[in-house]
Design a protein around this ligand. Sequence first.
Ligand SMILES: Cc1cc2nc3c(=O)[nH]c(=O)nc-3n(C[C@H](O)[C@H](O)[C@H](O)COP(=O)(O)OP(=O)(O)OC[C@H]3O[C@@H](n4cnc5c(N)ncnc54)[C@H](O)[C@@H]3O)c2cc1C
Ligand code: SF4
Length: 580
Amino acid sequence: MSASTNGKRPAPADFPPPVDSPKEFVKRGLDGEDERIDVGVAIVGGGTAGLACANRLLQLLADDEALLERLGEVPVAVLEKAKTCGGHNLSGAVMRPAALQSLFPDMSREEWRSEGFAFGEVTKEAVYMLPTSKTKLRIPPPPPFKNHGNEVVSVSALARFQQRVAEEAGAYILTETAATQLIVEDGRVAGVRSGDKGRGKEGEPLGNFEPGTDIKAQATVLAEGCWGHLTGAAIREFDLAAGREPQVWELGVKEVWKVPKPLDRLIHTIGPWPLKLSSKYGQIGGTWIYPMKDEKTGEDLVSIGFVIDLEYADATTSAHDLLQQFKLHPLVKGILAGGERVAWGAKALPGGGYWSVPKLSMPGAVLVGDSAGLVDTVALKGVHHSILSGKLAAEAIYRGLKNGESSFASYEQAIEESQTGRELYEVRNTRQPFQRGFIQGGPLVNLAIATKGKLPPGRLRWHRNDAKPMFIGKTKDRYPKPDGKYTFDKLSSVFITGNATRDDAPNHIRVQKHVPREIAETWRWMCPAGVYEIPEDAPESGPVDVIVNYTNCVQCGAITAKGGRLTTPEGGDGPLYQIT
Ligand SMILES: Cc1cc2nc3c(=O)[nH]c(=O)nc-3n(C[C@H](O)[C@H](O)[C@H](O)COP(=O)(O)OP(=O)(O)OC[C@H]3O[C@@H](n4cnc5c(N)ncnc54)[C@H](O)[C@@H]3O)c2cc1C
Ligand code: SF4
């Protein structure tokens, strides 16, 4: 579509990114034997899901010499684009413990804590409504918010731990390696191609240029997190989303604070403040504050974050600035005052739940974790689903390979019958009513929670986030001015992530660069890393040019939901999260 909209409110979907997925992201056929690397199982993504798959596969292979030998010199390879596993992982995170306990049955929760990825069991909790910027109303925790007995963790630290266990068991972990193409041969996934390194701004090879390599695999696991690059290509190639609801997304911005006194409870707030109540704004979101005790240093920390559905219509909605605003509420000030911010980060998550989960297997490959959309956003829970799905995928792949098969379809059934299948089914219709707004949708949401999914009946529909017409509203007028001590701007926040993207790296963000101001403002405010800029002399209305400062990108993935596309950057680029 042209950048003019003839007076209609523009939607991001009217300005699709310049991407030709089948051509760019799918490679037809493998390179010859001398030019490629052959592995047994290739896992794309070293987050909790991909690493749980590696951990479980290696446990099974430890007792199966014959299959281990058949898988060759590299039985299990994990490709991770961050500098180290954990570098690109971020979550709240309060975790239901059972999946991790079943993955590592010999480890106690005390040992999780002394390993430095777990920070204590939830023993007390509180849920508040926030009518205004000064007031709060404590309410009994609705069932999805009950967290008693769960564990507060850092997924970044958990992934580093899982990486170590996988390496000790014989996995080949290729960090700083992005998988950029899915290799399809004879109608099945035959592996992936790793990205080139050392290209300049225009894609030209620099002095340190290293070309990518085909990695042939007997089984491929797509564990890329929130609807990744190859996952999208696979879904299109094998029509995995046929008959499903579209995926929808949420974006969370998180900070970790060192605090002077321990927080004795886990806190959630469910608005409406600081969001606008009117359905015109389409804003639905909430916050968390989780206590963390670092057993190694003895420090008292808290994880605090703001998460918002990317369904909103006011282009000036900014999860980062809403978090800064939230920190000014007396409830929060009482917890953080006198403390120090030690980490910041941002990440999107899939929010469609049960009806949006695509078909989970295709010839030669499976989808796990957030790549598969296995998140319950009513309870804000995905860590245990990612671990369980990685484990179940490993078991299905192990069975398949043992029988010489390239179909791992038994994994789909295993998910459906698992705790993950049951939990997602129970909340299958719980979030959709919020697409009508907080007030109109609220009663139906409560009904779905109270009846454990029995009502409303049937299958409630989602509409795509990028189909929402945008307008330039007033949400921005209430954002605080950053003081650099308690409230922060986006760029100083990106700085503390350890973001290491080269200034002369090629652009990995695909967006149209001449779009109506409403769309440009949407990207500018939404991006937690301040990537999109509108020139100061741009016209107040009508089409404007967008400047894309892609080296600031923290790869949160939100742009993919609102009209653009995050593609894989060069391996090693992006943040280096430690405790998010
Ligand atoms: C703000 C926020 C708060 C949350 N809070 C909670 C909570 O409190 N409790 C809870 O249970 N869940 C929570 N979740 C959900 C939970 O964090 C996720 O469901 C879970 O972490 C997903 O794990 P994953 O391994 O599937 O994906 P990820 O953790 O995203 O891992 C994917 C990995 O793949 C890598 N990768 C991607 N593409 C490629 C490629 N092409 N090549 C190489 N590497 C690639 C990435 O760098 C990344 O390391 C939250 C999520 C968010 C965003
Ligand atoms: S540019 Fe990067 S950080 Fe900004 S919204 Fe897009 S993916 Fe997220």
